[in-house]
Design a protein around this ligand. Structure first.
Ligand code: TYM
Length: 335
C-alpha cells in the first residue's frame, strides 16, 4: 500500500438495501473512482442503515457481498481504497450513540429521507429511522474526511453532519474535521425513466436501470422512457420545460463525457425516436464491463473475504483513534 499520509481523505457509503442502480453509479461511485489516486479513500457497505427498514437476512447478506464485488468492478482498486462493511467496525455504532446526543429532535424531524421513508413504511416508523442521520454523521466523522462524494439527495444529511461536527467542536475544541459534500455536475440526480418528477430508485423498477441488468432489458427501459409531451420532438437541454429529455441528456453526458451542446449537435434533427435507443446503447456499453467483472468476482468468495477483512482492519484503526479522542473529551474513563 502506498504512503497516503499527505493525501486528503474521501469517504462514502451505499446501503445494500437493493441492487445497485444507475443513480448510485452516476451520482456516487463514478465520482469515487475518478478521484481514487488523489485521495486516501474509504468506501463502505452501509448495512447497519438498511435495518431501519425490515430486510430479508439472506438477501441482505448476498447484496452486501455483491455490492463489494460491484465496487471493485466499477474500478475501486482495493489496494488504493479501503473497502469495508460498516457493521465490521463497531466504532460506527459507538460514535453514532454519542452524536445522537448532539443532534436535535427538530433537526432530525426536518430530514426529507425520514419524511419519505416514514410515509412509505407507516407500520414501522422506528427510532433508528429517525436517528439515522446521527449514525451517518458518525460514519463520516470517524474518518476525518475532507470530502463526502454523494448524489444530490444526500446533501441534507451531509449538511447536518457539518452542523453536528461544528456543534461538538465548539464545545470540546477541534475534534472533527468539518467535511464538504462533493456532488457531480452530471448525474447528481438521475430521475426515473417512467417519470422525470421522481428520482431513480429501486422502488420503481420499470424506471430504474440496475447495474447487473441484461442489455435487452436496459434497452427496453430506455426505448420506453417517458419524454416530454411537447410538439418540438427535438433534443435540447431545458430542465424546466423538457425534464424527461434533460434527464436522458444528463445520463448520456455522464456516461459519454460529452457536454450538452455536443449532444444537441449530435442529435440535431433526429427526434426522440433515435435519441432514446442511443442513450440506452451508451449505458449498456458503460455497464457491460462492470457486470462481467462483478460476475467473475462473485465466483471468488475467498478474494472478497480477504478484501473486506483487511478493509475492516484498516478502517478500524482510523475509526478507533477518533473514537478514543471523543471519549476522552466528553469525560469517559479510559479502560
Ligand atoms: P443511498 O444508499 O440511498 O444511495 C447511495 C448513493 O447513491 C446516490 N443516489 C443517487 N444519485 C443520483 N441519482 C439518483 N437517483 C440516486 N439515488 C441514489 C446517493 O446520493 C448516495 O450518494 N444515507 C446514505 C448512505 C450512507 C452514507 C453514509 C453516504 C450512510 N452513511 C456516509 C455517505 C457517507 C444513503 O441512504 O444513500
Amino acid at each position: 500500500m502506498e504512503n497516503t499520509a499527505a493525501k486528503k481523505v474521501m469517504l462514502s457509503g451505499i446501503q445494500p438495501s437493493g441492487d445497485l442502480h444507475l443513480g448510485n453509479y452516476l451520482g456516487a461511485i463514478k465520482n469515487w473512482v475518478a478521484r481514487t489516486d488523489e485521495f486516501d479513500n474509504y468506501y463502505f457497505m452501509a448495512d447497519m442503515h438498511t435495518i431501519t427498514v425490515r430486510q430479508n437476512p439472506a438477501d441482505l447478506r448476498r447484496r452486501t457481498l455483491e455490492q463489494l464485488a460491484q465496487y471493485i468492478a466499477c474500478g475501486l482498486d482495493p489496494e488504493k481504497n479501503t473497502l469495508f462493511i460498516q457493521s465490521h467496525v463497531h466504532q460506527h455504532a459507538e460514535l453514532g450513540w454519542v452524536l445522537m446526543c448532539y443532534t436535535m429532535f427538530g433537526e432530525l424531524s426536518r430530514m426529507t429521507q425520514f419524511k419519505d421513508k416514514s410515509s412509505k413504511h407507516k407500520e414501522n416508523v422506528n427510532g433508528g429511522l429517525f436517528t439515522y442521520p446521527s449514525l451517518m454523521a458518525a460514519d463520516i466523522l470517524l474518518y476525518q474526511p475532507d470530502f463526502v462524494p454523494v448524489g444530490e439527495d444526500q446533501k441534507q444529511h451531509c449538511e447536518l453532519t457539518r452542523d453536528v461536527a461544528q456543534r461538538f467542536n465548539s464545545i470540546y475544541g477541534d475534534v472533527f474535521k468539518v467535511p464538504e459534500p462533493y456532488i457531480p455536475k452530471a448525474g447528481a440526480r438521475v430521475m426515473s425513466l417512467t417519470g422525470p418528477d421522481t428520482k431513480m430508485s429501486k422502488s420503481i423498477p420499470e424506471g430504474c436501470v440496475f447495474l447487473m441488468e441484461k442489455p435487452e432489458d436496459i434497452m427496453r427501459k430506455f426505448k420506453r422512457a417517458i419524454t416530454d409531451c411537447d410538439t418540438e420532438n427535438c433534443v435540447r437541454f431545458d430542465l424546466a420545460n423538457k425534464p424527461g429529455v434533460a434527464n436522458l441528456m444528463s445520463i448520456y453526458a455522464a456516461v459519454t463525457g460529452k457536454s450538452y451542446e455536443e449532444i444537441e449537435r449530435e442529435f440535431e434533427g433526429c427526434g426522440y425516436g433515435k435519441f432514446k435507443p442511443a442513450v440506452g446503447e451508451a449505458v449498456v456499453e458503460a455497464l457491460r464491463p462492470i457486470r462481467e467483472e462483478t460476475e467473475r468476482l462473485l465466483k471468488d468468495k475467498a478474494y472478497l473475504e480477504g478484501v473486506y477483512r483487511s478493509g475492516a482492519e484498516k478502517a478500524e484503526y482510523v475509526a478507533n483513534k477518533t473514537l478514543r479522542k471523543v471519549y476522552k473529551k466528553i469525560g469517559f474513563v479510559a479502560r
